[in-house]
Design a protein around this ligand. Structure first.
Ligand code: FAD
Length: 569
């Protein structure tokens, strides 16, 4: 009988425990969780704060009792593992409520302790009004602070998934929000021009977005609450709800009622490190494809481990629920003698921001540049479903691919509708090692309410394949900005569009439908950078120009992408 001990009872740990029982009725399975809850929906926490998920209980997917009844797993909450002895194959456990210490032996040990929110050593960071959000108690504390202090202003520090979800949640509650982000963009997994769509949305919703701005210090203000008896109005007490003064990295001061810190997470490796388990280059636990650590009887999964990046095979830290769940299942298989392999992480993710979604899979352009990997990129802005059927919105899709063989390197999409579907299709295509050529052939569902006969993904595949086949050369907004003397910019949109949307600097305007008659106006000794609104008419114009002996390249994504690239927030 194998005795499996699991540290951490949420995403990775709970999946492993359930899988282990499905594989073995005889194994002894113990889950040690230092918190009060196991198997809770951490991804749902911001939505309970906003009130969109009304019932707190909806976040509790399993309890120790339900786990015991269904899976015969011994789940011990409020039990923290404080040491691992890999030679004696036992862990030291502290009962959190009593302080009592005991030893528990194991045959196989699984580490799924997750990652903890980064809390930089900023003066005043330990204030009662500064919160992180990782678990149910964190959520409860934020909710009670909201209830007790009724802040009219809150500050979210960090524009990643959790930061953005908290901005939306607080906004939903009618609280004015400032978002501080140290870099020049929110949502690090996508590139800056794609994140600009989020910046636009945040500003549109009245969020005070401050990019290139960090938190430098926190000071609690001395509050003199009005006496309810004296004023006779209880509500007067909450006029002074700005309980904090923040110093920002720019030197500015900001009064606020509550701070949510969401500047990232770091793997909880202390236990593993102290036990002499090898860590990797990125600071997570190093595991092989079986999720086994440097000790053959100790496995690790979830936010605490480094896995190989899908494209580069370089070690990566990807704190997402999908990988944690799948790894938990694989680790359980391997602990019970099977041989299952975890096949790298793509980092497929999505985030909702108000009525918008932004998602990505694979590598982004920033990373490709940093690693000096060859890539080409295209943008399409294609309707989420037949544009004549109500409710269609453009999906802005950026596709990154290998310019030699068309390997899909990464994809990012944003819009009001249909983003999840396109990123999911592209994540599958990437995992199946399809090239951009194959994207043209994908036969996807179509009826007017759902898609188009030529889906966004097909469209992206066609545009990318045109480049690979030499049917079209593209240029990018960055090149247009250079204004090289041996190039001219030809805008083939109709004049009313220029008035409505804006113009490219120093561009000649010849609408596409007049181009064939006005070719003589264009120079043959200069390269023509052709541009339209989204790239489609530019392609038609380019094909015409090339066949008439001109040297031409099409601006991928057209003016819409140009605006995304050039707008500063
Ligand atoms: P966790 O689920 O964090 O579980 C680790 C558990 O181990 C914790 O309960 C901890 O108390 C316990 N533990 C740690 N040390 C010890 C110890 N020494 N002894 C005993 N117990 C210990 N991912 C997505 O893919 N999509 C989302 O939309 C999404 N939204 C999120 C929203 C929020 C607010 C948060 C916090 C996370 C979100 N994530 C999301 C990330 C996702 O939840 C994590 O990637 C996933 O939970 C990681 O699983 P894990 O098992 O590694 O760690």
């Amino acid at each position: 009988m194998t005795k499996i001990v699991i540290i951490g009872g949420v995403a990775g740990g709970a999946s492993a425990a359930a899988r282990a029982r499905r594989l073995s009725e005889t194994a002894e399975i113990i889950v040690l969780e230092r918190g009060e809850f196991v198997s809770f929906a951490n991804c749902g926490l911001p939505y309970h704060i906003s009130g969109e998920i009304e019932a707190r209980d909806a976040l509790l997917l399993q309890t120790p009792e339900s786990f015991r009844h269904r899976f015969n797993v011994d789940v011990r909450v409020f039990n923290e593992v404080i040491a691992i002895d890999k030679h004696r194959k036992e862990v030291t456990v502290r009962r959190v409520l009593t302080g009592e210490i005991y030893l528990e032996s194991y045959d196989k040990l699984l580490l799924s302790p997750g990652a903890s929110p980064v809390k930089p050593p900023i003066p005043g960071i330990n204030s009662h009004y500064v919160f992180s959000l990782r678990n149910i108690p964190d959520m409860d504390q934020i909710l009670s602070s909201l209830l007790l202090n009724q802040p009219q202003h809150a500050t979210v520090v960090g524009g990643g998934f959790i930061g953005l979800e908290m901005v939306e949640a607080l906004h939903h509650l009618g609280i004015k929000v400032t978002l501080l982000e140290l870099s020049d963009q929110v949502m690090a997994p996508v590139d800056r021009e794609m994140a600009n769509m989020l910046h636009q949305k945040l500003v549109e919703k009245g969020v005070d977005l401050r990019l290139n701005t960090g938190l430098a210090a926190v000071t609690e203000l001395e509050i003199q609450p009005a006496e309810p008896e004296a004023t006779g109005e209880y509500d007067k007490q909450i006029e002074h709800t700005n309980t904090l003064e923040l110093m920002l990295s720019t030197g500015e001061m900001l009064k606020t009622g509550l701070v949510v810190l969401a500047i990232g997470v770091k793997p909880e490796t202390m236990l593993a490190n102290q036990a002499g388990i090898e860590l990797g280059a990125r600071g997570g636990i190093k595991v092989d494809a079986r999720m086994c650590t440097s000790d053959p009887d100790i496995f690790a999964v979830g936010d605490v481990v480094e896995t190989e990046d899908f494209v580069t095979a370089l070690p990566s830290l990807v704190p997402l629920a999908g990988p944690a769940n799948r790894q938990g299942r694989i680790a359980a298989d391997n602990m019970l003698g099977r041989r299952e392999i975890y096949r790298r992480t793509q980092g497929t993710s999505i985030c909702k921001l108000f009525d918008m979604a932004i998602g990505s899979t694979g590598l982004n352009e920033k990373t490709l540049k940093r690693l000096k990997l060859p890539y080409e990129k295209i943008y399409v802005h294609t309707a989420s479903h037949a544009s004549y059927y109500p409710g269609a919105h453009p999906v802005t899709l950026k596709l990154l691919f290998n310019p030699t063989d068309g390997e899909i390197l990464g994809a990012q999409a944003a819009g009001l509708d249909g983003v999840d579907k396109r990123i999911d299709v592209l994540a599958v295509a990437q995992r199946a090692r399809m090239s951009v050529y194959t994207l043209q052939d994908l036969e996807l569902t179509y009826a007017p309410p759902f898609g188009s006969a030529r889906d966004v993904v097909n469209q992206a595949g066609m545009v990318a394949s045109n480049i690979l086949k030499g049917d079209e050369a593209v240029c990018h907004s960055e090149e247009l900005l250079l204004g090289a003397s041996d190039q001219i910019v030809l805008d083939v949109r109709n004049p009313p569009e220029l008035e409505a949307s804006g113009t490219f600097p120093n561009a000649i305007n010849i609408p596409l439908d007049q181009l064939r008659q006005r070719l003589h106006e264009l120079p043959k000794d200069k390269e023509i950078l052709v541009a339209c609104q989204v790239g489609l008419r530019g392609h038609v114009a380019c094909r015409m120009l090339i066949q008439h002996g001109f040297k031409a390249r099409n601006l991928t994504g057209g003016f819409k992408t140009y605006q995304m690239v050039t707008t500063k927030f």
